[in-house]
Write a protein that binds this ligand. Sequence first.
Ligand code: SF4
Ligand code: SF4
Length: 359
Amino acid sequence: MQNLNAKKDLMQILNEHGFSRRDFLKWSSGMATMLGLGVTFAPNIANAVENASNTPVIWLHMAECTGCSESLLRSDAPTIDSLIFDYLNIEYHETVMAASGHQADENLENAIKKHAGKYVLLVEGAVPAGSSSFYLTLGSKGHTGEEIAKKACENAEAILAIGTCSSFGGIQAAAPNPTNAVPISKITNKSVINVPGCPPSEKNIVGSVLQLLLFGSMALDNFNRPKWAYEHRIHDYCERRGHFDAGEFVESFGDEGAKKGYCLYKVGCKGPYTFNNCAKHRFNQHTNWPIGAGHGCIGCSEPDFWDSMQAFEEPLKNKSFRTFFNDATSDKIGIGVLTLTGVAIAAHATISTIKKDKE
Ligand code: SF4
Ligand code: SF4
């Protein structure tokens, strides 16, 4: 697919959806702040976006639910983030392109050939690999997803894994992983930037692409996630944190504590183990997010969360909130040695334990 909006000016696209130049500049300032660059970088952001249509983008779908694309594209009122995504020079994206069958295969081959070494590859979904690769057979020529992804990776200038399936395997790779699904990083030797989440927010997708366009690289954490989005835990900025600190917990869904907005740790919140910025930026045009709606975080941006974060509505391990000090799972997912914040959690948990014991 050639970019449908390639001939349109960015401002024309934004104006058609009711956004002014002022809105765009305001958005650029917000994006610069969100990326940790400071508002002085707002003109650079605006400039990078205006030139974004020069960078070819190929978006591949592997084994997945298309939720990550939906996160970006399916809003009842398009945001500036999603409109900017439209403005990128998207050469191939199976969800939004008109082509199918032989024509679609041809478009992908042509895009890879024409832009070899220059395109940004975004991959959504895990890849059934090795002798199980046939579980994902795509297109009119019957290539496996693994073959297609390998070829696209070989010729890409940069690769971003969009969503937890592509970043870490996701639900496809959950035990017993019947299709031998692997993250995209396992089928290429090239460096892959992981943008996990089930789905990741549109801000994390667009922000990571913009960082790449601006600087060609970005600071990553141990799991190759952009630090600007995944540096802090859900717990660090959660609006219910005050209740955690005060030892005020929801004991069961629908109880008095739930009505008062108490902390969801005892009903399974994995916010203390999960690195993402949902607490700050929320979803659906910043209206709400899972914890705001009354359910704990299930840890969707962490590796193997389908296996390691179960049961979703119970605390980890021995189901006690006293387990922070010896929590092997938290070590595994990257908290590692207790940080100062980890100590604080343990202290707070102890305080709430004492409080409970007194009761
Ligand atoms: S445990 Fe969950 S609900 Fe409670 S403060 Fe932490 S992130 Fe928020
Ligand atoms: S709150 Fe937790 S489970 Fe929900 S989207 Fe954010 S990281 Fe994923």
